[in-house]
Ligand binder design. Sequence first.
Ligand SMILES: *[C@@H]1O[C@H](CO)[C@@H](O)[C@H](O)[C@H]1NC(C)=O
Ligand SMILES: *[C@@H]1O[C@H](CO)[C@@H](O)[C@H](O)[C@H]1NC(C)=O
Length: 322
Amino acid sequence: MAKTILSWLPLLCQLGTLQALSLDSLAGQSSIYYQQPGAELLLQQVEQLSPVSSLKLIVHGFLASRSHSSISPLRNAYAAQGYEHVLVADWSPAANLDYPSSRRAVQRVAVVLAKQLQLFLAKHSVPLDVVHVLGHSLGAHIAGRIGQHFNGSLGRITGLDPALPLFSSHSDDSLQAHAARFVDVIHTDYPVFGDLTPRGSVDFYPNFGHTPQPGCEELDLLTASKLILEAYSCSHNRAVSLYAESIGLPKSFPAIACSWKSIRSSSSCAEKLTDFNLNSTELDDTQLVYMGEQVARSATSYYYLETNAAPPYGQGMRAKFA
Ligand SMILES: *[C@@H]1O[C@H](CO)[C@@H](O)[C@H](O)[C@H]1NC(C)=O
Ligand SMILES: *[C@@H]1O[C@H](CO)[C@@H](O)[C@H](O)[C@H]1NC(C)=O
């Protein structure tokens, strides 16, 4: 028996190598596109650039692509608000495999994308601290690894429901708080495709970060019955919808500081929120922050908020303290 396994070993190793090689080549097909009204350019083709005071790079997740509905709310919201320099990564060749393979491609894809970004930034003299990388799901971890490539010196990374399956809190290739100068994370789909693990300078837990998010009850069941169809998961994609809403409505998502213990046990934070609603005068900046595009860079640790089942998702307009 042992002998049989031994004689298979070289073949297994070879298969492993081939697999790694083909993952390398699929990851190597990743690219970044520069968005212009009604058109897009490969990053390498951009020759002239108006002065850059802010630059966004959006990274999609598993089973998606640059034009996928899971990230289009971000593209649309930035376009609607007149953001000038918006880049969208496309790693669809490596994102449309079986999940374990796509997950294994995270580091490879991140290096390919980071190198393209680095050349672009150098060519157009864009300072690192104006760069903001946003990633959804597996894309959140890729964003984190892009940040690592720049040794944490990019301005900001936003993780939108970082992928849970096959990641632990300390996976080397996972999004981590030191990936950029400021890292904000939104959790919406624990324990299905997203996790609760704090991964940012600040972590937001809408409705305790759990599945199903309000309004997703039936859609999530549908997704679950079809197993790993992450790209269509309502609660998993809700992190993107919430963030996209905040781009146009920066005060849509007031959130209150809550302890990690309360977040994890889904307790106490809601009562605190109610109290804050009633006692609107006693608020200070450390206890209340706005989740999303305009989040205060001073925000740190854990925040709780509640959201609506349909757009506008934010309750900021209703809450007295907004
Ligand atoms: C990150 O740090 C390493 C080791 O110091 C260095 O070789 C590399 O060039 C740095 N990367 C960037 C993008 O600055
Ligand atoms: C305000 O906060 C205090 C102390 O946290 C609490 O006892 C009270 O019920 C809250 N609400 C109002 C309306 O004062």
